[in-house]
Design a protein around this ligand. Structure first.
Ligand code: ZN
Length: 308
């Protein structure tokens, strides 16, 4: 069993941040190529009103298609009860609820106060428990490391919200650096505190590479025993109105980092490079990032599983 779970979020976080709409069959070809490279969990879409995000109008179809791939845990994002119900009904194995630590971000992102969001999460947990008991629920704490609207986010606020989410009955609570504000010292401190507070319910890390700190933050999180990392192929994402803004940490570079440190991911880097072709085909002209895809694997590179 691989030691580290790399959760691909490109089809959700990447696609929702760019203007172009990828056709459904192209999404499914891309997701299939990612699964063939050895990714065991892919967040394939978010269940939001198509008026807000036309890129996600085919969410149910994409979940159903991805569920036909064997061995893949199909994950989806849902900001509210309505979205969560649609995700459960479509067959998602895991649903992530984005919960902002910064209330200003919560109001801007999901138009809800903290109290309203708590009620929403409680309702989602109740629905899951009653009708979809096999689905795993994660609260993804966005702006956990800082917020473009509120600036610094006190660590005590993040930990208090994490504890509240665990108490409501989600299976795990992850921390997201939505804004690319995190630094490695903060990451290590906060994930250690999260584990002390939540034990087994402490979840994974979701980093954006906006300021180039993404992989340094991964190493810091590893030192705090984090074993699940979100990433997007080619660092897909950013913002159509902010040239140069990149998205999540790059899956290809993350897998290379982990494998060269001796941590087994179960993922084949050449398979990931092949999946880029499927992505390019579905989204011609979209910039893709990544140092390993540009430079190639070093001479003599060995996977952790080969060295073991
Ligand atoms: Zn994100």
């Amino acid at each position: 069993m691989p030691q580290i779970l790399v959760s691909e979020v490109g089809p959700r976080d990447g696609l929702q941040s760019i203007a172009a709409v990828m056709p459904t069959p192209a999404k499914l070809r891309w997701i299939g190529a990612l699964a063939a490279a050895g990714l065991r969990e892919i967040e394939v879409c978010s269940f939001v009103p198509p008026k807000l995000l036309p890129q996600m109008a085919d969410a149910a179809e994409v979940v159903a298609g991805a569920c036909r791939l064997s061995g893949l845990a199909v994950a989806a994002l849902a900001p509210n009860l309505r979205g969560a119900r649609a995700a459960f009904e479509a067959g998602a194995a895991k649903v992530t609820l984005p919960v902002s630590v910064s209330e200003a971000h919560s109001l801007a992102n999901v138009r809800k106060t903290h109290a309203q969001m708590r009620d929403e999460v409680a309702a989602v947990v109740a629905l899951r428990n009653a009708e979809f008991p096999s689905v795993k629920l994660e609260a993804g704490l966005s702006t956990a490391f800082g917020c473009t609207l509120a600036g610094q986010v006190p660590e005590a606020d993040t930990l208090r919200l994490a504890a509240a989410m665990a108490q409501l009955g989600v299976d795990e609570v992850g921390l997201s650096d939505t804004t690319g504000y995190a630094n490695p010292a903060q990451v290590k401190r906060l994930f250690k505190a999260l584990r002390a507070e939540l034990g087994e319910r402490a979840g994974g890390a979701h980093f954006h590479n906006t300021r180039g700190q993404g992989l340094a933050n991964v190493v810091a999180a590893l030192e705090a025993d984090v074993n699940t990392f979100d990433a997007s192929q080619g660092g897909l994402g950013g913002c159509p109105y902010a040239p140069g803004a990149t998205g999540n940490i790059v899956t290809e570079d993350l897998v290379f980092l982990l494998e060269s440190m001796g941590l087994d991911t179960g993922i084949d880097i050449n398979g990931l490079l092949a999946a880029r072709a499927a992505l390019r085909e579905g989204l011609p002209g979209e910039p893709l990032y990544g140092h390993v895809p540009d430079a190639g694997l070093p001479n003599g590179f060995a996977y952790a599983r080969e060295a073991a």
